[in-house]
Design a protein around this ligand. Structure first.
Ligand code: XMP
Length: 224
């Protein structure tokens, strides 16, 4: 399966109840779920155990976009691992030495997947990140994480990432749906997974939205 659901609960909802509701409706059709800092700030890491339990085998990755010294990023990653979180997202721009090298060791020790952000979809990404994308891809190549994040809204960056990183590093692509990219378009460019949030979680029927997105992914992939 090639779909990961981003769980970003609305402020007026109970974040755990809301998330479990979406997980129960969609878990059989998706690879996993992505949680973020807004949820973790509201619930604390211990409550995340309820989410990891509810997924019934799908994986939960924590999108904290860590960007600190290795020692501190490792503390965050280890706390998440102990709540059953399978993967953690960090920024690549902090560099390898005393930063991502230490985080990688921690992830290996905790049995966790490390995922690095190398490009982003928002307009501000053009100010710093996109102009140095090759440098960030170089850092990712050196760290050799489980996966990287490249935006579905910039398929040429996905193609470039795939060329530079080779076949063994997974590419996760957010930006499908609410941010405009078509389901399947990032897969065509070389991504392994598309990350979709609001187009599923804010749909009147999230399970139906997942099935429609999967169908469109399959149709688009046939044409690429
Ligand atoms: P939506 O609701 O827009 O949610 O489908 C997308 C999810 O993905 C994250 N996101 C990004 N993460 N680079 C990233 O590392 C990006 O370009 C990017 N765009 C969206 C966002 O945090 C949300 O959870």
């Amino acid at each position: 399966m090639t779909l990961i659901v981003a769980l970003d609960p609305p402020l007026e909802e109970d974040p755990i109840k809301w998330s479990i509701g979406i997980i129960e409706k969609t878990r059989e059709y998706v690879s996993g779920f992505k949680i973020g800092l807004p949820m973790l700030l509201r619930t604390g890491v211990d409550a995340v155990k309820q989410l990891t339990a509810a997924t019934g085998g799908s994986s939960v990755i924590a999108d904290l976009k860590l960007a600190d010294i290795g020692f501190v990023m490792s503390l965050s990653a280890a706390a998440l691992a102990r709540a059953g979180v399978r993967g953690v997202i960090a920024h690549s721009f902090v560099g390898v030495r005393d930063a991502l090298d230490a985080l990688k060791r921690t992830c290996e020790r905790e049995g966790m997947d490390l995922i690095l952000v190398v490009a982003m979809s928002h307009r501000g990404a053009e100010e710093v990140m996109t102009p140095v994308v090759d440098k960030l891809l170089g850092i990712a190549k050196e760290v050799a994480p489980w996966g990287v994040v490249l935006p579905a809204t910039k398929p040429r960056l996905i193609q470039r990432g795939r060329r530079i990183l080779g076949e063994h590093i997974k590419i996760l692509a957010p930006g499908v749906g609410a941010q405009g990219a078509r389901p399947g378009s990032a897969l065509c460019a070389g991504a392994d997974y598309e990350i979709v949030g609001r187009a599923i979680t804010r749909a009147p029927d999230p399970a139906d939205a997942v099935l429609r997105i999967r169908k469109e992914q399959m149709e688009v992939v046939k044409t690429c």
